[in-house]
Design a protein around this ligand. Structure first.
Ligand SMILES: [Zn+2]
Ligand SMILES: [Zn+2]
Length: 553
């Protein structure tokens, strides 16, 4: 139930709730509005050339106008990828840790955005004051270094956004720091926690990044050919682990894929990755299939058609071809919706003679997100009055809500677009804002409108029929038979006379509609469209998208 009354402290889950990606949340009081994270999400529309989406910019502009600041929890694309697109809505700086800001800086530069001095690194223990809000970032462990939670202190209560996290037991010192900071916040009272729900349905602990070492090392030692490992370009901890394993198993390392090369360069420059001298080799090393002692970290873990791994699997990569005996390891999470593409790439690699490994066969990936015990630990440290599960599909959010309820915390189960209001230590769901998306083409250069998506869907389903008619200006009749052009329409079972019949039927239909009409023929065409579609369906068996072209002579 939504309560339409407003409140002095409001949060808006603009994205990242109920579906994967597009993490974005706004916090608003009478004096200030800040944004936490600005991420992209994938779509199920890849087949139509649409791979990426962000929360709808028009909706954000209409509700908020602008933001006083953006706080970034960490450098993953589902948290920073939309920053270039909301840049114009930012009236103030972007705050984050060093690595996060370096990654977002590169993103902004790629879009030709002048950054000047608007990226402000924050350190643990320092507060940023924005209107009546005091905001601090606290360190958490995740699959990328420099990850943080965001604590928003307001006159109406303290809110904690956990960011993506798990309590990785192998990073003891980091965990101790995190625990002591979170416990202190918890002791001072937390009104609401907005917490990562990715693995809320999984019992126990998420496991440690270092748990992967034995199996990855074993695969590197036993492979007689080259080893290719695909992971996310932003999995900096995983990449560091693979560099160490390459060194320990006598392999050199090659980075393949623009995102991976770019992130490794940034992480190495800032000291988050260290690569021993001479271990890293150029891409050309892969040209010689006889050089076997290579560990290649390659992009394309989600089966993306344009990524290096998919091109290698299709034998279309200019520098690399798979040889029998090569090993390919999928060391990444399968993002919901990408299963078919990933499976396709795995099968193609196997067909070329590669040994293919994923988590079904060996322990080659652990999640960077906490399981139930991690989530319970977070709740026991923060002791919030309310939990708002975020960052998960809806059933994950529900599992997280159930966990919270069992510990006496009140869950507020929300969806994308929901407004959560707080006043006098009470929280409730307020009037939502529309939960729409803005879509982009594969390389993020062009916005794809809803109408375009609808048209692409329709054309993919049934094909297109172009009808070219000539109207005699004097008689206002179509005297020649219209010319019909089809693309993607199944015409295999139709003979030429049937197409001629359709053209003639269209001519008669339009001519009878033209009688007595003096208005623009284009308006008439719109009126005739349902009848045209019926005619086309009678002839083709289904109704293609019809594109009429009217010429006058
Ligand atoms: Zn993350
Ligand atoms: Zn995330």
């Amino acid at each position: 139930m939504h309560d339409l009354s407003s409140a002095p402290l409001e949060t808006f889950l603009i994205g990242g709730v109920g579906t994967f990606g597009m993490n974005m949340m706004a916090v608003r009081t009478n004096t200030s509005t800040v944004l936490i994270d600005a991420g992209i999400g994938f779509t199920a529309l890849r087949h139509y050339g649409i791979n990426v989406r962000i929360p709808d910019l028009d909706t954000i502009r209409a509700e908020f106008g602008s933001f006083d600041a953006l706080f970034l929890t960490h450098g993953h694309e589902d948290h920073i990828g939309a920053t270039p697109f909301i840049w114009d809505l930012l009236d103030g700086p972007i705050y984050g840790t060093r690595l996060t800001l370096a990654l977002v800086e590169r993103r902004l530069m790629e879009h030709g955005i002048p950054i000047n001095d608007r990226l402000i690194p924050t350190t643990v223990g320092s507060f940023v004051a924005i209107g009546d809000l005091k905001i601090e970032l606290l360190p958490v462990t995740h699959s990328i270094p420099d990850s943080t939670a965001v604590v928003v202190h307001s006159p109406f209560g303290t809110l904690v956004h956990t960011g993506d996290f798990k309590f990785d037991q192998d990073y003891g010192a980091d965990i101790d720091t995190t625990v002591s900071h979170l416990a202190k916040i918890g002791r001072n009272g937390v009104l609401a926690a907005f917490s990562d729900s990715t693995n809320a349905s999984r019992p126990g602990r998420a496991g440690s990044e270092l748990d992967l070492q034995p199996s990855l090392e074993h695969l590197c030692k036993t492979s007689t050919g080259r080893v290719f490992v695909t992971t996310f370009a932003s999995s900096i901890r995983r990449i560091q682990l693979l560099i160490s394993i390459a060194q320990d198993t006598g392999r050199t390392i090659v980075f393949l894929g623009r995102g991976i090369e770019r992130n490794v360069e940034i992480a190495e420059r800032l000291g988050y990755i260290s690569i021993p001298p001479r271990l890293k080799q150029p891409l050309s090393t892969l040209n010689d299939p006889q050089t076997k002692n290579i560990l290649c970290i390659v992009s394309g873990s989600q089966g993306e058609a344009l990524a290096a791994l998919a091109r290698i699997a299709s034998n279309k990569h200019s520098s690399v071809s798979i040889e029998p005996g090569d090993t390919v390891i999928f060391s990444a999470r399968v993002i919901p919706g990408n299963e078919l593409s990933i499976n396709n790439v795995k099968n193609k690699l196997a067909l070329l003679g590669a040994r293919v490994f994923d988590n079904d066969l060996e322990l080659v990936h652990v999640s960077g997100h906490g399981n139930q015990d991690d989530l319970l630990q977070m709740l026991s440290l923060l002791k919030p009055k309310y939990l708002i599960p975020i960052h998960g599909e809806f059933r994950d959010l529900k599992c997280h809500a159930t966990l919270a309820e069992q510990t006496g915390i009140i869950p507020l189960l929300a969806n994308n677009g929901d407004r959560i209001c707080f006043e006098n230590s009470k929280g409730w769901l307020g009037a939502p804002i529309p939960a729409k998306s803005t879509y982009f083409n594969d390389n993020l250069s062009t916005v794809i409108k809803e109408q375009t998506i609808t048209q692409r869907r329709a054309m993919a389903k049934t094909g297109i029929l172009v009808v070219i008619c000539r109207i005699n200006r004097t008689t206002r009749q179509i005297e020649e038979q219209p010319r019909l052009i089809t693309r993607g329409v199944s015409t295999e079972n139709i003979n030429i006379s049937c197409i001629d019949d359709l053209a003639e039927a269209i001519r008669m239909l339009l001519n009878s509609a033209l009688i007595g009409r003096t208005d623009e023929p284009k308006a008439l065409l719109e009126e005739c469209m349902p009848d045209l579609q019926h005619l086309a369906k009678d002839h083709f068996g289904n109704a293609p998208v019809i594109l009429p072209v009217l010429l006058e002579n």
